[in-house]
Design a protein around this ligand. Structure first.
Ligand SMILES: [Cu+2]
Length: 298
């Protein structure tokens, strides 16, 4: 249910500055694209409603109960949506070890999806994060001809991990983000969410975030990357853009995946609360991820 992003035309003069306008993005509710398909008509709050409208379509409800029939849910909360299902074939992770993480996406006909549209230079983007919002990874798995996806994955510590597959089947006009939990057994010590902050450091870079989130409306966010006190002016393209931003909502890990057009992002957070922002940028041939906690202003 990727909705078209409203892309602005903010000044793009400084290579090191991202203008990330947060508004009207994937997590948007009421203005999102048509949802009249019966497959969206899930009773809110029911956990065991098996699909009656589409063969093999299990509408396992994570509905909040506050949205009317046909309204969009935020993405990433369901393992099945519109007949597409994310199935991890690797169901247990071993902390500290690199292993092959394998999964499959099946379509409405029950078979593995083997035809995808390329979006942002990839057929599928895989995000892995522990349930406490630590350990973020943004990966690009390889697909075998039979539809099985594989990627080397290592997680540092035990815990419950959320795996998001962000993709668009060739047969669909809109993308999907499906989410599933995968466990890394062991002594799980969840970390508290860091305080909201406008500065993050990563790999010797300092990234400043200007702007604040507003629930349900557009808000402009600007990221400025510097190193040793000086602005970085030669960021490299990453996934066909100047940066890549994912926002996850505290509490349920609702997922917002936004790519910029030029140096501009536009997306919208759906509700008041705290979000963890993950900004990927590329410099010196390496992708770095700056993380921020951002709270909506009331
Ligand atoms: Cu990606």
């Amino acid at each position: 249910m990727r909705t078209p992003l409203k892309l602005g035309a903010f000044a793009a003069g400084l290579a090191a500055v991202f203008a990330a306008s947060v508004g009207a993005g994937k997590l948007a509710g009421p203005t999102a694209a048509p949802v009249a398909e019966a497959t969206h008509d899930m009773p809110a709050g029911t956990g065991q409603d098996t699909g009656h409208d589409t063969q093999g379509h299990d509408t396992e409800g994570h509905g909040s109960g506050t949205q009317g029939a046909g309204a969009h849910l935020p993405t990433g909360l369901q393992v099945t949506e519109d007949g597409y299902t994310l199935t991890p074939l690797t169901t247990t992770l071993t902390p500290g070890a690199t292993q092959e993480f394998r999964f499959r996406v099946t379509g409405p006909d029950g078979g593995p999806v083997t035809r995808y549209a390329v979006e942002h230079e990839k057929e599928l983007h895989l995000i892995v994060v522990r349930r406490d919002l630590t350990g973020y990874r943004h990966l690009h798995p390889e697909r075998a001809a039979d539809g099985t996806w594989t990627v080397p994955l290592s997680v540092a510590a035990a815990g419950q991990y959320r795996v998001f597959a962000d993709f668009r089947p060739a047969a669909r006009a809109e993308g999907l983000t499906l989410g599933a939990d995968v466990a890394a057994p062991g002594d799980y010590r969840p970390q508290p969410l860091p305080q909201a902050a406008h500065t993050a450091t990563v790999d010797g870079y300092t990234v400043r975030l200007d702007g604040d989130l507003h629930a349900g409306t557009a808000a402009k966010l600007t990221f400025t990357v510097s190193r040793d006190g000086r602005p970085v002016t030669d960021l490299e393209p990453y996934l066909g853009a100047s940066g890549h931003l994912v926002a996850l909502r505290e509490g349920d890990l609702a997922y917002l995946h936004v790519h910029p057009d030029g140096t501009t992002f536009t997306a919208e957070v759906p509700s008041e609360g705290k979000y963890r922002l993950y900004l990927d940028f590329k410099h010196g041939g390496t992708v770095h991820t700056a993380e921020f906690t951002a709270a909506t202003d009331h």
